[in-house]
Design a protein around this ligand. Structure first.
Ligand SMILES: CC(C)(COP(=O)(O)OP(=O)(O)OC[C@H]1O[C@@H](n2cnc3c(N)ncnc32)[C@H](O)[C@@H]1OP(=O)(O)O)[C@@H](O)C(=O)NCCC(=O)NCCSC(=O)C[C@H](O)C(=O)O
Ligand SMILES: [Mg+2]
Length: 292
């Protein structure tokens, strides 16, 4: 696993062709910026977006500590090969492949990247079709894949479902993708909430995604960043509870027991692992904040 230690609570999409958004992004508290060359960019602006992406990456230090991920067009489109060639040369933190349905697409993308001399670029895959969900286990376990990102809008369309406010019709696909990503040790990000005026619905979707095990959520507007960072980051109460769990367990170990009881609840090794993971995430967030 590479770079799994950094926070990915919020992954903000922005069209690479949007100069104002690119400028704004340098001041935003998103953990990752996903510069889009795909669906947010009109066909006549694809070249412009690619050039803007290359220019942005020559100034990458101005975006730090944010992770920079570029979403390419698929290789089956007229722009995919040129996108991957430019991305391979520019060297972002990761490339995001859209609408991945089979391992062969990852191999083909990696072959284009390798032609540029970039053989190690982490690959994130969007799962946003029925076939993608069916093949998500093989996709997640591919050795170059580091992240799985849900494309819930395209997926809903492909499945012909109506997500509703509670997203119940999407839950099987979301859960299956979390399962595959966790089994393979990958990052996994939830899909976007398109209604920018519906903050209540957005926050509820963040909580649902957090409860399901997602690392974070993809976003479309700066106003969504704070809610995602709060929902997917540990709260002050959780941090305090984590310290207490570790302390209680270590004290029990010193007295020769493999179990502790804290506030009437059993504490086992797995809870200590969970507490240490939470504290490591809190440290990673503090580190990012200190570098902002
Ligand atoms: C939707 C938007 C076009 C709205 O933009 P705008 O009209 O500029 O909004 P505001 O006036 O409210 O913006 C206020 C300031 O914030 C900046 N801004 C806005 N959006 C972003 C952004 N995403 N990243 C960075 N900065 C942003 C504006 O520039 C204003 O700042 P300033 O200039 O200083 O005043 C726009 O939000 C947008 O384009 N959002 C992203 C859309 C996108 O990328 N969509 C594709 C990804 S989602 C997807 O594809 C779904 C997936 O594949 C699936 O299938 O589910
Ligand atoms: Mg999509």
């Amino acid at each position: 696993m590479i770079g799994q230690d950094r926070p990915r609570r919020s992954g903000l999409f922005l069209p690479a062709s949007n100069e104002r958004a690119l400028k704004k992004a340098r001041s935003l508290a998103a953990d990752a910026l996903i510069l889009d060359l795909e669906d947010a960019v009109a066909p006549e602006k694809k070249h412009l977006a690619r050039d803007a992406m290359i220019a942005a990456l020559t100034e990458r230090s101005s975006f730090r500590p944010r992770e920079i991920v570029i979403r390419a067009n698929a290789l089956r489109t007229p722009w995919g090969e040129a996108d991957l060639t430019a991305i391979g040369k520019a060297g972002p933190d990761a490339v995001l492949l859209p609408k991945v349905e089979a391992v062969a697409e990852i191999e083909a993308a990696c072959a284009v990247l390798a032609h540029t001399g970039n053989k190690d670029l982490p690959v994130w895959c969007m799962i946003e079709t029925a076939l993608g969900v069916v093949n998500v286990e093989a996709i997640a376990f591919h050795s170059r894949v580091r992240g799985i990102v849900m494309g819930t809008s395209d997926l809903g369309n492909d499945l012909r479902l109506r997500p509703g406010r509670d997203r119940a019709p999407l839950l099987y696909a979301l859960g299956r993708c979390v399962l595959a990503a966790r089994a393979a040790g990958r990052i996994v990000l939830d899909g976007v909430h398109l209604d920018m005026d519906d903050m209540e619905g957005f926050l509820s979707a963040c909580q649902q995604g957090r409860d399901m095990g997602f690392d974070g959520k993809t976003l479309i507007h700066p106003a969504q960043i704070e809610g995602a960072n709060t929902a997917f980051g540990p709260s002050a109460d959780e941090i305090e509870a984590a310290y207490r769990v570790i302390e209680a367990f270590e004290s029990a170990r010193q007295h020769g027991s493999g179990l502790a009881v804290l506030d009437g609840r059993l504490v086992e090794n797995l809870h200590v692992e969970e507490a240490r993971r939470l504290l490591a995430q809190a440290d990673a967030i503090s580190d990012v904040q200190a570098r902002s």
